[in-house]
Write a protein that binds this ligand. Structure first.
Ligand code: F6R
Length: 608
């Protein structure tokens, strides 16, 4: 994750920008930079490494100016060098950016053909040139930003500073968060309220697709269609807390909404975006080709991430996978072969059952790889290889963003295995990686289903039981949907492989029973439709989660259809997780349970 800050101040801002960046350092710290405007001219200081390096740079070469932007970076496109550090600038505009510009390659080629000279490997630099080209065509800064935003694809947040415009900052949000801070005669932009806490506690949050034009006295927010909109100001509690809820009622809601951003950052850690290849950050101490079997163990939601991964490893790498609930693994005396690989998945990295399984695998001389969200955790420390998920702190007890980040890491790992074992060609890899790069944007689109899901949740909140069905990689998403709903709303829910319905659970179906069917239009779609028919014939109320093709081709009357965009079938688990999480969240919110700390549960389960 990168951190963004902007200040329209009444005194020199460089030191204040660095102060704010220090509070955002948890988001990234491989390089940092600030840009300010001095007598209308853009000036920039950037440095590789932690913020202290930038501080030193500013001591040696101070940067005057009362308006400026700053950035702390977590490398995505391009290595952590000074050239790749933000702000990126031309002589007309400087920009800081958090997120991924999906179509930067096409834009870069187009801009190079127009004569633009690039000095970095980043996707961000295309934004600076794009806006500059629009300015050169005679557009105002506002018009230039509006025209440029329409050409960008991806999930991101941006802040712009313009040469000659001493009373202007522009910010934009699509997928990644951006807050506006209101000071006395000053205005601010920040990735979160924590960054702005030293200056103000009055903030408002841009909604997805919004962009804002700030002067010292005015704030104009526009939506994605450039229509002026109002975004309420709230009093932030950020100064008192390290992690705040933003403008969400619960941490769980905030964490669901953070997914485009954190999944993007996680993917960027494992993918070479320029060449659309998987680039694992660490060497594997084993040869993928020599593995006979992969064993995966985890608990709860992390187990379901492993279940999705089983489909991927078997399909992409033709590697047989055994998957266990961690509490079962070491007691069933499974024959294990020395030198094989065991993967352990855990958000906290402290789950006792998972840790015990890991130690059991080590005793049997398996290579141990963990996918964890807390890199200092015991599971991470005890592993041969650690593949971190970059979800940031997950506060809500029900896991959401950690789950989709686990899927992101596991997808990359399965592709790497497929390549190493000769089962995927370079072109196959590119196709799979390309689909993954689109996930943050697809997740942002999935989040737009929220108003529809809120209405549906009122209905769900009145039921006692809910069934979830899915086939293929949608089966684990059905299991995850049921787990999410039961743990936070206390409504009884079960997930089933859709084909299993007729082997028992069909007896439960009556006109009161909601049946949530996760069915993207993939190669098993027709089979799932047959299973839906079995439900419909018995009067069950179907809630179908599908895509435009699926909703067109399903001949069954569903009580509700949630339509997600078309996407490659390999990435559906990451995107379909979003509506499933929102259904559970809003149902629990209607019922009024303690969403972030549901009864009887703990975030880190350190007992067996
Ligand atoms: C459910 C949930 C739990 C955890 C499980 C494993 O929403 O959060 O099922 O997934 O307790 O925890 P970690 O991932 O910390 O090992």
């Amino acid at each position: 994750m990168c951190g963004i800050v902007g200040i329209l101040g009444t005194e020199p801002v460089a030191a204040h920008l660095v102060d704010a960046l220090k509070r955002l350092e948890y988001r990234g710290y491989d390089s940092a930079g600030v840009a300010t405007l001095d007598h209308g001219k853009l000036g920039r200081r950037r440095a590789k490494g932690k913020l202290s390096a930038l501080d030193k740079r500013l001591d040696q070469e101070p940067l005057p100016g009362n308006v400026g932007i700053g950035h702390t970076r977590w490398a995505t496109h391009g290595r952590p060098t000074e050239d790749n550090a933000h702000p990126h600038a031309t002589d007309r505009v400087a920009v800081v950016h958090n997120g991924i510009i999906e179509n930067f390659r096409e834009l870069r080629e187009k801009l190079i053909a127009e004569g633009c000279k690039f000095t970095s490997e980043t996707d961000t630099e295309v934004v600076a040139h794009l806006v500059t080209q629009e300015l050169k065509r005679g557009k105002t800064p506002m018009e230039a930003v509006s025209a440029s935003l329409k050409q960008l694809r991806g999930a991101f947040a941006l802040a712009f500073l313009f040469a000659g415009e001493d009373d202007l900052l522009i910010g934009a949000r699509r997928g990644s968060p951006l807050a506006i801070g209101y000071g006395r005669g000053e205005m601010y932009l920040g990735s979160d309220a924590i960054a702005l806490a030293p200056f103000t506690d009055t903030v408002s949050y841009l909604e997805d697709g919004d962009w804002v034009v700030l002067t010292r006295k005015t704030v104009q927010v526009r939506d994605a269609n450039d229509k002026l909109v109002e975004r309420p100001t709230i009093k932030s509690m950020a100064s008192a807390m390290l992690v705040d809820k933003g403008n969400h009622k619960h941490f769980m809601a905030k964490e669901i909404h953070e997914q485009p951003e954190v999944v993007g950052h996680t993917l960027a850690h494992y993918i070479d975006m320029v060449h659309e290849r998987v680039a694992l950050p660490s060497e594997m101490p084993f040869d993928w080709k020599k593995l006979k079997r992969l064993s995966i163990s985890a608990c709860g939601t992390a187990f379901y991430a492993g279940l999705v991964a089983k489909y991927w490893f078997e399909r992409f790498a033709k590697l047989p996978v055994e998957i266990d609930i961690a509490s079962e693994f070491r007691y069933r005396d499974a024959p294990l072969e020395e030198g094989d690989l065991a993967i352990f998945i855990s958000q906290s990295g402290e789950t006792a059952d998972t840790l015990a399984s890991l130690r059991y695998a080590k005793e049997h001389k398996l290579h141990v790889l963990s996918v964890v969200n807390v890199p200092t955790s015991t599971i991470a420390r005890d592993s041969d290889v650690v593949m971190p998920t970059l979800a940031g702190p997950e506060i809500g007890v029900a896991s959401t963003k950690a789950f989709t980040c686990q899927l992101a890491v596991l997808a990359c790992l399965a592709i790497a295995a497929g390549r190493a074992r000769g089962e995927l060609s370079e072109a196959d890899e590119q196709k799979l990686v390309h689909a993954l790069i689109e996930v943050p944007r697809l997740m942002t689109q999935a989040l737009t289903l929220e108003p529809q899901i809120e209405k549906l949740a009122v209905e769900l909140s009145k039921t006692r039981d809910v069934l979830y069905l899915g086939r293929g990689t949608s089966f684990p998403i059905a299991l995850e949907g049921a787990l999410k709903l039961k743990e936070i709303s206390y409504i009884h829910a079960e997930g089933y492989a859709a084909g299993e319905l007729k082997h028992g659970p069909i007896a439960l179906i009556d006109e009161k029973m909601p049946v949530i069917v996760i069915a993207p239009h993939d190669r098993v779609f027709d089979k799932t439709v047959s299973n839906m028919q079995e439900v419909a014939a018995r009067g069950g109320r179907i809630i179908l989660v599908t895509d435009p093709k699926g909703s067109q081709e399903s001949t069954i009357d569903s009580a509700h259809t949630l339509t997600l965009p078309e996407m490659a079938s390999t990435v559906t688990p990451l995107v379909y997780a979003v509506p499933v999480q929102l259904m559970a969240y809003h149902t629990a919110a209607v019922i009024g349970t303690d969403v972030d700390q549901p009864r009887n549960l703990a975030k880190s389960v350190t007992v067996e």
